[in-house]
Write a protein that binds this ligand. Structure first.
Ligand code: FAD
Ligand code: DLZ
Ligand code: SF4
Length: 511
């Protein structure tokens, strides 16, 4: 009897649990729906990437003899929601059951649970075993721990998966080589040229559709050249492993003006939507190490991001939802300024990072964490607004991964569930790790007064403002000792100037 197998836009894998026992007569159902493009007003490039990848995936399945029912966004009968499109599909095909893989967002899981009540057929929700750690295993690991520390979770994952292990021991005798991974980029180092992928007829149609339907969303579609098929994604991965991986570790935290990708893999969107499998990515990365073509600090650092951070973040999301979304431990209430959407700011590090994300729907980790995220933390922007911004602008953003990174990692809004202290930093960090400050109207060395970098003003304002909440944190003892030793007038001046800077930010909310 025919079974209807729903595949979502971030489930584009032939190994997906919902497709595993695909049988003769079954129908794969996919739909482009306005609700998903609009629940936050996603970057135009993200929508284009996903629709193109979805259409190519459907084409690939058809080429393998699978029956695919695919509803495009411009289909006149398209109702615009998963629920109504699924109802229509059930009416069209009369399946005996609907099979889905659990989604990446809590909101969609609630929809799926409702389908069990509202559809006249059985709905089977299967685990998403593209992840290496299932919910039960994560929850068992987290159970009883007051604080969740990624490093300990990661070691468990190394033992369980066997990545970079020699028997029971980590290769080269250490779990983590991060201390080697904090070099600024020397002027003579040139990151390698990236491969690009030509726009074919399918992508061209999608670009036209997105331009006409979502042309008022953030971002541009110009020079779209990202992989949209499994074959292209594998080619891009191979390129990264051969050309960029050897330096990935050393320059992982570096930033350079006009060089948005450096030695990063740029594959998060490909993993998150299913075109690449995290296990195969780590397998191949380990091969590069075992063959002697990349050093341990690069490969360990890369594998840690995937089997460590990525799995850990997902575990936190599902364990803490739905309450996690409203976390605001530092009682941050300030509105996000308009320049987050326009890029119109004199703070050069922010102007560059926002210009890059507008153009490409991508920033690398340190821009997300230590430039934009740090600024959001110091300024005290409302976590709900920050979450919405991060979910909107990045092509790899889905709530399961965006939310803990924003709530827990950058804003400390969960009160330190997994970050041992807020990632607050003054201009010194950005100056050390980038060349942004050399192109800026502000001076990273100036603490107050004429030309003082706003990060410096905001840093001490943040530390002083949150004294009651953060003073008990042992990792901040030295910071508060420094604050207490500082000249009171100097602190008062920094705080007054910080307040004037923040009050000068325009936040109309019209974007
Ligand atoms: P690389 O630097 O090459 O790293 C390799 C891979 O490791 C990435 O592709 C990604 O799959 C994984 N990874 C690394 N760090 C993390 C992390 N902290 N959490 C989860 N996976 C990680 N990543 C997303 O995929 N989607 C998001 O919406 C997202 N939002 C973020 C928001 C904030 C505030 C911060 C600080 C980080 C966020 N990240 C997010 C994590 C990370 O910044 C991106 O995964 C990374 O920048 C993607 O670029 P890359 O593929 O070049 O990564
Ligand atoms: C992000 C997104 C967008 C923009 N559009 C669609 C779509 O039209 N159809 C679809 O199946 N998925 C889309 N997605 C991805 C979903 O938002 C994602 O599957 C859910 O958020 C669950 O992670
Ligand atoms: Fe950013 Fe301050 Fe450096 Fe300017 S001086 S680039 S605002 S850190």
């Amino acid at each position: 009897m025919a079974c209807l197998r729903l595949v979502l836009g971030d489930q584009l894998s032939r190994e997906l649990s919902a497709l595993r026992d695909l049988a003769e007569g079954d129908i794969v159902f996919m739909c482009e729906v306005a609700d998903e493009a609009n629940y936050v007003r996603h970057h135009q490039r993200k929508i284009a990437f996903l629709f193109s990848a979805m259409r190519h995936f459907a084409g690939d399945l058809r080429g393998r003899g699978v029956t695919v029912d695919y509803v495009t966004l411009d289909d006149e009968a398209n109702t615009g929601s998963f629920t109504d499109e699924l109802k229509r599909a059930v009416a069209r095909h009369g399946p005996t059951s609907v099979v889905v893989t659990e989604p990446g967002e809590w909101r969609v899981l609630q929809m799926m649970k409702d389908w069990r009540e509202t559809l006249d057929v059985e709905v089977e929700i299967r685990p998403d075993d593209r992840f290496l750690c299932d919910h039960g295993t994560f929850d068992a690991w987290a159970e009883g721990r007051k604080e969740l520390r990624m490093e300990y979770f990661y070691r468990e994952m190394r033992r369980r998966t066997g990545f970079l292990m020699e028997g029971d021991e980590p290769v080269e005798g250490k779990w983590n080589f991060d201390h080697q991974n904090r070099e600024p980029l020397k002027a003579r180092i040139t990151p390698p040229e990236r491969p690009t992928y030509a726009v074919d007829a399918t992508t061209r149609d999608v670009l036209d559709l997105v331009r006409s339907r979502f042309g008022n969303h953030f971002g541009t579609l110009d020079d779209f050249d990202y992989p949209v098929t499994r074959r292209q994604a594998l080619h891009y991965l191979r390129w990264f492993l051969n050309e960029a991986m050897p330096e990935f570790g050393t320059y992982q935290d570096a930033m350079r003006q006009g060089s948005p990708l450096l030695f990063h893999s740029h594959i998060s969107a490909l993993i998150n939507c299913g075109l690449l499998d995290p296990r195969e990515v780590c397998d191949r990365a380990e091969d590069v190490y075992r063959e002697g073509n990349a050093p341990i600090n690069a490969v360990e650092g890369f594998i840690r991001q995937i089997i460590g951070w990525r799995e850990f973040i997902r575990g936190v999301y599902w364990r803490e939802m739905p309450d996690y979304a409203a976390s605001n431990a530092l009682d941050a209430r300030r509105k996000l300024p308009d320049f987050f959407w326009t890029g119109d700011t004199e703070l050069n590090c922010l102007r560059q990072s926002i210009a890059e994300v507008r153009a490409s729907a991508y920033n690398h980790h340190i821009q997300r964490l230590m430039v934009i995220g740090n600024f959001c933390l110091l300024a005290g922007f409302d976590p709900a607004e920050v979450q919405e911004w991060y979910l909107t602008v990045y092509h790899d953003a889905y709530e399961w991964v965006e939310m803990p990174n924003v709530v827990g990692m950058i804003l400390y809004a969960d009160g330190g569930l997994f970050a041992s202290k807020p990632y607050a930093a003054s201009a010194n960090y950005i100056d050390k790790m980038s060349d942004y400050c050399g192109h800026c109207v502000y001076s990273p060395k100036t603490k107050t007064g004429e030309g003082a970098c706003p990060f410096n003003l905001l840093y001490w304002d943040f530390i002083a403002r949150n004294r009651a909440r953060l003073k008990g944190n042992p990792r901040l003892n030295r910071t508060y000792a420094t604050l207490d030793r500082m000249n009171e007038d100097k602190v008062a001046t920094a705080r007054r100037e910080a307040r004037a800077f923040l009050d000068g930010l325009v936040a109309t909310g019209d974007y």
